[in-house]
Design a binder for this molecule. Structure first.
Ligand SMILES: [Zn+2]
Length: 288
Protein backbone atom coordinates (compact mmCIF):
# COMPACT_ATOMS: atom_id res chain seq x y z
CA UNK A 1 0.00 0.00 0.00
CA UNK A 2 1.34 3.40 -1.02
CA UNK A 3 -0.87 6.11 0.47
CA UNK A 4 -0.43 9.55 -1.07
CA UNK A 5 -0.41 12.34 1.55
CA UNK A 6 -2.50 15.30 0.43
CA UNK A 7 -2.44 18.46 2.48
CA UNK A 8 -5.81 19.97 3.39
CA UNK A 9 -4.54 23.59 3.22
CA UNK A 10 -6.22 24.55 6.51
CA UNK A 11 -3.53 26.04 8.76
CA UNK A 12 -4.83 27.66 11.94
CA UNK A 13 -4.46 28.05 15.70
CA UNK A 14 -5.88 24.57 16.39
CA UNK A 15 -4.62 22.69 13.35
CA UNK A 16 -1.03 23.98 13.29
CA UNK A 17 0.24 23.72 9.72
CA UNK A 18 -3.05 22.06 8.76
CA UNK A 19 -4.26 18.50 8.25
CA UNK A 20 -3.00 15.61 6.21
CA UNK A 21 -5.44 13.49 4.28
CA UNK A 22 -4.30 10.26 2.59
CA UNK A 23 -5.31 8.95 -0.81
CA UNK A 24 -5.18 5.21 -1.47
CA UNK A 25 -5.49 4.45 -5.15
CA UNK A 26 -6.65 1.14 -6.63
CA UNK A 27 -9.87 -0.80 -7.11
CA UNK A 28 -11.71 1.22 -4.42
CA UNK A 29 -10.07 4.63 -4.46
CA UNK A 30 -10.23 5.88 -0.90
CA UNK A 31 -9.49 9.13 0.90
CA UNK A 32 -8.77 9.09 4.63
CA UNK A 33 -10.22 12.21 6.27
CA UNK A 34 -12.14 14.87 4.42
CA UNK A 35 -10.25 18.07 5.25
CA UNK A 36 -12.28 21.28 5.31
CA UNK A 37 -13.20 21.76 1.66
CA UNK A 38 -10.41 24.18 0.78
CA UNK A 39 -10.26 24.63 -3.03
CA UNK A 40 -6.51 23.87 -3.01
CA UNK A 41 -7.19 20.55 -1.27
CA UNK A 42 -9.77 19.60 -3.88
CA UNK A 43 -7.35 20.57 -6.67
CA UNK A 44 -4.49 18.56 -5.18
CA UNK A 45 -6.82 15.61 -4.76
CA UNK A 46 -8.00 15.80 -8.35
CA UNK A 47 -4.40 15.87 -9.54
CA UNK A 48 -3.47 12.85 -7.43
CA UNK A 49 -6.52 10.96 -8.68
CA UNK A 50 -5.25 11.49 -12.24
CA UNK A 51 -8.61 10.62 -13.79
CA UNK A 52 -9.57 7.89 -11.32
CA UNK A 53 -12.91 8.06 -9.51
CA UNK A 54 -12.95 8.77 -5.79
CA UNK A 55 -15.10 5.97 -4.37
CA UNK A 56 -15.16 6.66 -0.63
CA UNK A 57 -13.96 8.83 2.22
CA UNK A 58 -13.17 7.31 5.63
CA UNK A 59 -13.34 9.90 8.41
CA UNK A 60 -11.32 9.27 11.58
CA UNK A 61 -13.58 11.45 13.77
CA UNK A 62 -16.12 14.26 13.65
CA UNK A 63 -13.90 17.24 14.49
CA UNK A 64 -14.22 20.11 12.02
CA UNK A 65 -10.75 19.78 10.50
CA UNK A 66 -11.35 16.11 9.61
CA UNK A 67 -15.02 16.06 8.64
CA UNK A 68 -16.27 19.44 7.45
CA UNK A 69 -14.96 18.94 3.91
CA UNK A 70 -17.56 16.28 3.11
CA UNK A 71 -20.02 18.70 1.50
CA UNK A 72 -17.38 20.07 -0.87
CA UNK A 73 -16.21 16.53 -1.68
CA UNK A 74 -19.78 15.37 -2.36
CA UNK A 75 -20.28 18.30 -4.74
CA UNK A 76 -17.01 17.69 -6.58
CA UNK A 77 -17.16 13.87 -6.71
CA UNK A 78 -20.80 12.81 -7.17
CA UNK A 79 -21.49 9.30 -5.92
CA UNK A 80 -18.65 9.26 -3.38
CA UNK A 81 -19.50 7.41 -0.11
CA UNK A 82 -18.75 8.71 3.38
CA UNK A 83 -18.01 6.38 6.26
CA UNK A 84 -17.31 7.02 9.94
CA UNK A 85 -18.25 5.84 13.39
CA UNK A 86 -21.48 7.62 14.37
CA UNK A 87 -21.34 10.53 16.82
CA UNK A 88 -25.06 11.32 16.91
CA UNK A 89 -24.76 14.69 18.71
CA UNK A 90 -22.25 15.95 16.18
CA UNK A 91 -22.66 14.25 12.79
CA UNK A 92 -25.61 16.43 11.77
CA UNK A 93 -23.19 19.33 11.40
CA UNK A 94 -21.76 17.74 8.29
CA UNK A 95 -24.69 16.84 6.08
CA UNK A 96 -23.52 13.78 4.18
CA UNK A 97 -25.16 10.37 3.73
CA UNK A 98 -22.94 8.86 6.43
CA UNK A 99 -22.53 5.10 6.50
CA UNK A 100 -21.65 3.72 9.93
CA UNK A 101 -18.34 2.07 10.78
CA UNK A 102 -17.63 0.29 14.05
CA UNK A 103 -14.81 -1.52 15.85
CA UNK A 104 -13.45 -4.23 13.57
CA UNK A 105 -15.16 -3.07 10.36
CA UNK A 106 -13.20 -4.42 7.37
CA UNK A 107 -13.04 -1.89 4.55
CA UNK A 108 -11.64 -2.40 1.08
CA UNK A 109 -9.37 0.57 0.36
CA UNK A 110 -7.46 0.69 -2.90
CA UNK A 111 -6.58 -2.97 -3.49
CA UNK A 112 -6.14 -3.71 0.21
CA UNK A 113 -8.20 -4.18 3.35
CA UNK A 114 -8.20 -1.78 6.28
CA UNK A 115 -9.62 -2.63 9.69
CA UNK A 116 -11.30 0.01 11.85
CA UNK A 117 -9.77 0.22 15.33
CA UNK A 118 -11.96 2.02 17.86
CA UNK A 119 -9.69 4.46 19.72
CA UNK A 120 -11.82 6.90 21.74
CA UNK A 121 -10.35 9.52 24.04
CA UNK A 122 -9.55 12.54 21.90
CA UNK A 123 -13.09 12.23 20.51
CA UNK A 124 -15.85 9.70 21.31
CA UNK A 125 -16.08 8.50 17.68
CA UNK A 126 -12.36 8.21 16.96
CA UNK A 127 -11.27 5.41 14.64
CA UNK A 128 -7.82 4.48 13.42
CA UNK A 129 -7.46 2.43 10.23
CA UNK A 130 -5.07 -0.53 10.31
CA UNK A 131 -3.33 -2.11 7.35
CA UNK A 132 -2.01 -5.36 8.79
CA UNK A 133 0.31 -6.38 5.92
CA UNK A 134 2.42 -3.22 6.15
CA UNK A 135 1.73 -2.68 9.88
CA UNK A 136 0.61 0.85 9.00
CA UNK A 137 -1.92 2.68 11.13
CA UNK A 138 -3.75 5.74 9.85
CA UNK A 139 -3.98 7.24 13.31
CA UNK A 140 -6.03 10.44 12.93
CA UNK A 141 -5.54 12.51 16.08
CA UNK A 142 -4.35 9.67 18.31
CA UNK A 143 -0.76 10.87 18.00
CA UNK A 144 1.22 13.77 16.59
CA UNK A 145 4.98 13.98 16.54
CA UNK A 146 6.44 16.52 18.96
CA UNK A 147 3.27 17.35 20.88
CA UNK A 148 0.66 15.87 23.19
CA UNK A 149 -2.92 15.24 22.13
CA UNK A 150 -5.73 17.48 23.37
CA UNK A 151 -8.41 15.66 25.42
CA UNK A 152 -11.41 18.02 25.78
CA UNK A 153 -14.10 16.86 28.27
CA UNK A 154 -16.46 19.53 26.89
CA UNK A 155 -16.38 17.66 23.55
CA UNK A 156 -16.69 14.21 25.14
CA UNK A 157 -12.95 13.72 25.35
CA UNK A 158 -12.02 11.05 27.88
CA UNK A 159 -8.52 10.60 29.27
CA UNK A 160 -9.11 7.08 30.62
CA UNK A 161 -10.39 5.99 27.22
CA UNK A 162 -7.41 7.69 25.54
CA UNK A 163 -4.89 5.81 27.68
CA UNK A 164 -6.67 2.54 26.88
CA UNK A 165 -6.56 3.44 23.18
CA UNK A 166 -2.80 4.05 23.38
CA UNK A 167 -2.27 0.60 24.95
CA UNK A 168 -4.54 -0.92 22.33
CA UNK A 169 -2.48 0.56 19.50
CA UNK A 170 0.81 -0.39 21.17
CA UNK A 171 -0.40 -4.00 21.22
CA UNK A 172 -0.81 -3.90 17.42
CA UNK A 173 2.95 -3.21 17.17
CA UNK A 174 2.61 -0.79 14.29
CA UNK A 175 5.67 -0.05 12.16
CA UNK A 176 4.47 3.45 11.30
CA UNK A 177 1.68 5.85 12.09
CA UNK A 178 0.25 8.18 9.46
CA UNK A 179 -1.22 11.03 11.52
CA UNK A 180 -3.64 13.77 10.54
CA UNK A 181 -1.17 16.40 11.78
CA UNK A 182 2.60 16.52 11.46
CA UNK A 183 5.08 14.11 9.88
CA UNK A 184 4.88 10.32 9.62
CA UNK A 185 5.76 8.63 12.92
CA UNK A 186 8.20 5.81 12.27
CA UNK A 187 8.97 5.14 15.92
CA UNK A 188 5.42 4.54 17.18
CA UNK A 189 6.34 2.66 20.32
CA UNK A 190 8.58 5.45 21.62
CA UNK A 191 6.00 8.14 20.86
CA UNK A 192 3.03 6.23 22.36
CA UNK A 193 4.96 5.20 25.49
CA UNK A 194 6.08 8.82 25.81
CA UNK A 195 2.42 9.90 25.89
CA UNK A 196 1.58 7.39 28.62
CA UNK A 197 4.59 8.55 30.64
CA UNK A 198 3.70 12.22 30.18
CA UNK A 199 0.14 11.64 31.41
CA UNK A 200 1.47 9.82 34.45
CA UNK A 201 3.76 12.75 35.29
CA UNK A 202 0.97 15.28 34.77
CA UNK A 203 -1.33 13.25 37.01
CA UNK A 204 1.29 13.20 39.78
CA UNK A 205 1.60 16.99 39.50
CA UNK A 206 -2.17 17.42 39.78
CA UNK A 207 -2.36 15.13 42.81
CA UNK A 208 0.40 17.19 44.43
CA UNK A 209 -1.54 20.39 43.72
CA UNK A 210 -4.72 18.91 45.22
CA UNK A 211 -2.77 17.87 48.32
CA UNK A 212 -1.32 21.38 48.47
CA UNK A 213 -4.82 22.85 48.63
CA UNK A 214 -5.49 23.93 45.04
CA UNK A 215 -9.19 23.36 44.38
CA UNK A 216 -9.98 24.39 40.79
CA UNK A 217 -8.68 23.57 37.31
CA UNK A 218 -8.15 27.31 36.82
CA UNK A 219 -5.77 27.52 39.78
CA UNK A 220 -3.92 24.40 38.62
CA UNK A 221 -3.48 25.78 35.10
CA UNK A 222 -1.56 28.71 36.62
CA UNK A 223 0.91 26.29 38.21
CA UNK A 224 1.18 23.82 35.35
CA UNK A 225 1.29 26.16 32.37
CA UNK A 226 3.28 29.19 33.50
CA UNK A 227 3.16 32.14 31.12
CA UNK A 228 0.48 30.55 28.97
CA UNK A 229 -1.14 32.85 26.41
CA UNK A 230 -4.61 33.96 27.57
CA UNK A 231 -6.26 32.49 24.46
CA UNK A 232 -4.90 29.03 25.29
CA UNK A 233 -6.11 28.98 28.91
CA UNK A 234 -9.50 27.35 28.11
CA UNK A 235 -7.73 24.44 26.39
CA UNK A 236 -5.34 24.03 29.32
CA UNK A 237 -8.30 24.07 31.70
CA UNK A 238 -9.97 21.28 29.72
CA UNK A 239 -6.76 19.25 29.85
CA UNK A 240 -6.55 19.58 33.64
CA UNK A 241 -10.25 18.76 33.97
CA UNK A 242 -9.70 15.58 31.94
CA UNK A 243 -7.20 14.45 34.60
CA UNK A 244 -9.52 15.37 37.48
CA UNK A 245 -12.40 13.42 35.91
CA UNK A 246 -10.14 10.40 35.52
CA UNK A 247 -9.11 10.62 39.19
CA UNK A 248 -12.78 10.92 40.15
CA UNK A 249 -13.74 7.81 38.17
CA UNK A 250 -10.91 5.95 39.87
CA UNK A 251 -12.19 7.04 43.29
CA UNK A 252 -9.06 9.10 43.95
CA UNK A 253 -10.61 12.58 43.84
CA UNK A 254 -14.01 14.12 44.46
CA UNK A 255 -15.83 17.35 43.80
CA UNK A 256 -17.69 19.23 46.49
CA UNK A 257 -21.12 20.45 45.49
CA UNK A 258 -20.44 23.97 46.64
CA UNK A 259 -19.18 26.52 44.19
CA UNK A 260 -15.51 27.24 44.49
CA UNK A 261 -14.56 30.88 44.87
CA UNK A 262 -12.77 32.17 41.82
CA UNK A 263 -13.87 29.34 39.56
CA UNK A 264 -15.57 30.41 36.38
CA UNK A 265 -16.40 27.55 34.09
CA UNK A 266 -18.49 28.31 31.02
CA UNK A 267 -21.99 26.84 31.20
CA UNK A 268 -22.79 24.66 28.22
CA UNK A 269 -25.57 22.60 26.73
CA UNK A 270 -27.70 21.33 29.62
CA UNK A 271 -28.30 17.99 27.92
CA UNK A 272 -24.61 17.15 27.87
CA UNK A 273 -23.77 14.19 30.13
CA UNK A 274 -20.60 15.87 31.32
CA UNK A 275 -22.34 19.14 32.04
CA UNK A 276 -21.82 18.65 35.75
CA UNK A 277 -18.07 18.75 35.10
CA UNK A 278 -18.42 22.27 33.79
CA UNK A 279 -20.16 23.61 36.90
CA UNK A 280 -18.04 25.39 39.45
CA UNK A 281 -16.66 22.82 41.83
CA UNK A 282 -13.96 22.55 44.40
CA UNK A 283 -11.85 19.42 43.90
CA UNK A 284 -10.40 17.33 46.71
CA UNK A 285 -8.06 14.38 46.86
CA UNK A 286 -9.30 11.17 48.46
CA UNK A 287 -6.43 9.72 50.49
CA UNK A 288 -6.45 5.93 50.86
ZN1 LIG B 1 -9.51 16.04 16.46
Amino acid sequence: MKPIPIHAFNPGPYTGAGNWTYLIRGRVTTLIDAGTGEPQHLEALEQALDGATLAQVLVTHGHTDHASGVMALAAKFPGVRFLKMPWPERDGRWPAPWEPLSEGSAITAGDDTLTAVYTPGHAPDHLCFWHAESRTLFCGDLAQKGTTIYIPPNLQGDLMAYLTSLERVLALQPARLLPAHGPVIDDPERVLRGYIEHRGEREAQIIALLRGGERTPEAMVEHLYRGLKETLVPMARESVLAHLLKLEREGRARRSAASAPGASAPKGDAAHPLDAAREEHAWHIIEP
